[in-house]
Ligand binder design. Structure first.
Ligand code: ADP
Ligand code: MG
Length: 380
């Protein structure tokens, strides 16, 4: 999905208030009735509210929905993007948005800059995307879901990823420095390295291989399993071959009932990749689950840092239903090929997806480079 920030600078304080009101109303209403928007916004005079509603609907931040009982509006992903960027802008973590560098199945990745020009990475979670493609297989689960819950799940993913990145960073794991989080987005350090997937040859595969296996063991010794430890989620510095691990929304505790399976899968992923890409097979057939020596409890500690057990379970339920263990759809980006079946977009929420060019890669590297508002405006 595109991140079209051009309208940001034209929104008035009232427009931001109305947009925030639609977001707040969405917590209890799938379609937020117009009078409620006016009430929450606290703006006097219907004409001002209506003017703002038209303005933000015109640029696609909210969408009109004709309900059986009443007409109203719902927030679009674009609207949520604006709200998150607005928060980052006010906190001075993001000043401008640059190139899109990644389109995952469930995220968009952009290079952004703060007001001193320092570049960072913005990751926008979009958990609805894969699900619409898999909607037929997941009918029962999705039947009672609406766009609001996709936004909620995307927020949970961002919250989880940020909490994990933070605790891992604090504990000396090689992960990007987490910088900020708002709604469904996180801002983190830009790692100047390529995914392992892009390395065609390396002089000593055994060294990198060993450090990756050590990392898996180190995660587990601290109570965590990455759960998607593959060649897309490991960035490798070209000169030192030092790995940096990314992508944490699916991390699980070593106390999870299927922990051993996830652990073995992470190990196997690396083994398979090294065999195929570098023709390297280790003499050691481990590490095994029985090698894990538990010395820390980051899985417990993380719950004190803003990501509760309840939220963890909620997100896990979503992830399990949409891409259960052993599903070969899991873990890859679109480059892994063949897993995104086109033409079966049984799209129950297509207003959000109408401008979804980026998914086809058309907008892949388009320069956006548009300054955000840096003035103080109405929301939080
Ligand atoms: P997804 O959940 O969609 O797989 P990832 O977090 O794995 O998203 O990011 C997708 C891609 O974006 C990565 O494979 C990598 O190429 C790039 N990327 C993500 N985060 C960073 C970062 N901090 N620095 C540099 N590149 C990154
Ligand atoms: Mg990834």
């Amino acid at each position: 999905m595109k991140l079209d920030t051009h309208a940001m600078r034209y929104l008035s304080t009232e427009d931001w208030r109305v947009l925030t009101a639609v977001e707040m109303g969405s917590k209890n209403h799938e379609v937020v009735p117009t009078p409620l928007i006016a009430q929450i916004s606290g703006l006097r005079g219907a004409s001002g509210v209506n003017k703002s509603i038209s303005a933000i609907a015109k640029v696609g931040l909210i969408a009109k929905v004709k309900n059986a009982k009443y007409d109203g509006y719902r927030l679009t992903y674009g609207g949520l993007d604006y709200l998150a960027l607005h928060s980052f802008s006010k906190r001075k973590t993001v000043y401008s948005v640059g190139n899109q560098i990644g389109i995952g199945k469930e995220s968009d990745i952009f290079v952004v800059a703060n007001d001193t020009g320092k570049q960072h990475v913005l990751k926008i979670h979009r958990l609805g995307r894969i699900s619409f493609r898999k909607v037929k297989e997941n009918r029962d689960y999705l039947r009672n879901r609406n766009s609001g819950s996709w936004m909620y799940m995307s927020r949970l993913a961002a919250l989880k990823e940020y909490a994990f990145m933070k605790i891992l960073h604090e504990n000396g794991f090689p992960v990007p420095t987490p910088l900020d989080q708002a709604r469904h987005c996180i801002v983190m350090e830009l790692i100047d390295a390529f995914p392992l997937r892009q390395l065609s040859t390396i002089s000593e595969p055994s060294t990198l291989y060993s450090s990756l296996m050590e990392l898996i063991l180190r995660f587990a010794s601290m109570g965590l399993i990455h759960g998607d430890f593959n060649e897309f989620n490991i960035l490798v510095y070209e000169d030192s071959l030092k790995p940096i691990v990314i992508d944490f929304p699916q991390m699980i505790s070593t106390d999870h009932p299927n922990a051993k399976d996830y652990f073995d899968r992470d190990v196997q992923c690396i083994k398979t990749f090294f065999e195929r890409r570098f023709r390297y097979t280790s003499e050691d057939d481990g590490p095994h689950w029985s090698d894990v020596k538990r010395v820390g409890k980051l899985d417990i500690e993380v719950q004190a840092s803003g990501f509760s057990k309840k939220q963890w379970k909620e997100l896990e339920k979503y992830m399990k239903e949409v891409a259960p263990l052993g599903d070969d759809n899991e873990g890859g980006q679109e480059e892994s090929g063949g897993t995104e079946t086109d033409g079966d977009d049984d799209d129950e929420d297509n207003e959000d997806d109408q401008d979804d060019d980026a998914e086809e890669g058309k907008e892949g590297n388009k320069k956006v480079d548009i300054d955000l508002l840096d003035e103080e405006k109405g929301d939080n």
